[in-house]
Each structure stands twice: as C-alpha cells, then as structure tokens.
Design a protein around this ligand. Structure first.
Ligand code: FES
Length: 154
C-alpha cells in the first residue's frame, strides 16, 4: 500500500467508533477509496475496532464487493439459460461486452440458469439479482452495484 493509501486508510478508520457492528462499513469505505483491502489495512481495522484479525479477514473475504487483491474486477454473471435466452439474454450479454470493450473493468461470466427464470433475462452482480434486464439498463445496474457492494452467497 502506498504512503498516500496508508494515510487515507488511517483517516477512514479514525472516523469510526470502536464498534464491531461498523466493521463491514469500514471495510467498504476502505475498498471504495483504495480499490482493495491491503493486509495492513485489515490489521489497522482489527486494532482500531478491537477485533481479532481472523474476524476481520473472514468478513473481508466473505463479501464479493470486497477484495483482498489489488486490481480485482467486478464479476458479472449473465444467465444464458433457456428462459433468459428466449427473453433477450444475448443482447444483454452483447451490451455488457460492449461496455467492457469501452473500458468498464468487469469480468463477465455466463451461467446456465440462476433459478430465477421469472426474472429473465437475469444479471447477477455479487449476490444481487437484476431482472428482467434489458441492454439499455445494464450500464446503470453496474454503476449501482459497484457503489452499493453486495454479499457473497454460499
Ligand atoms: S434460465 Fe435464466 S434464470 Fe433460469
């Protein structure tokens, strides 16, 4: 972590009370500012909130919106199962690929069925399901999802 990043992390952490319930918010703030959660930052958070490092680490690694590695991209799952395919998943996927081509830093993965066919075509960012989606709104979905953060499943 750069010196500037270190100072920024210190500043963010100092804005939090010593309260375990604030752990996720604190980690999200650091993620938002630095782009990932460096190990030093996890140690600083653990010390500030009075938590074991293992607890901080397990929360940091549990949420998809949080990353322990620099440069990790957002993973966007596009369902191309039968229902989603019939309702336009291909065009949604093409739009996502076009956004990626234009520089949107995402990893796109296709899946066969998310089990939510009533929402077809479905796009999942983190554990947030969006549907029915259309090519015109996927850009907004990405913006919203990367700002909010979301939980991992299973
Ligand atoms: S086919 Fe897409 S959710 Fe089932």
């Amino acid at each position: 972590m750069s010196e500037k990043g270190f100072d920024r992390v210190k500043e963010i952490i100092s804005g939090y009370k010593r309260d375990e319930k604030l752990l996720l918010h604190c980690l999200k703030d650091i993620q938002h500012e630095v782009g990932y959660l460096p190990k030093e930052a996890l140690k600083m958070v653990a010390s500030h909130l009075g938590l074991p490092l293992s607890k901080v680490y397990s929360v940091a690694s549990f949420y998809r919106a949080l990353s322990l590695e620099a440069g990790a991209k957002d993973v966007v799952h596009v369902c191309t199962g039968t229902s989603c395919h019939c309702r336009g998943a291909k065009r949604v996927l093409e739009e996502l690929l076009a956004l990626q081509e234009k520089g949107k830093d995402i990893t796109i993965k296709t899946v066969n069925c998310m089990g939510t066919c009533a929402l077809a075509p479905v796009v999942v960012v983190g554990n947030r399901y969006f549907g029915p989606t259309n090519p015109g709104e996927v850009g907004k979905i990405l913006e919203r999802s990367t700002q909010d953060g979301s939980e991992k499943q299973g």
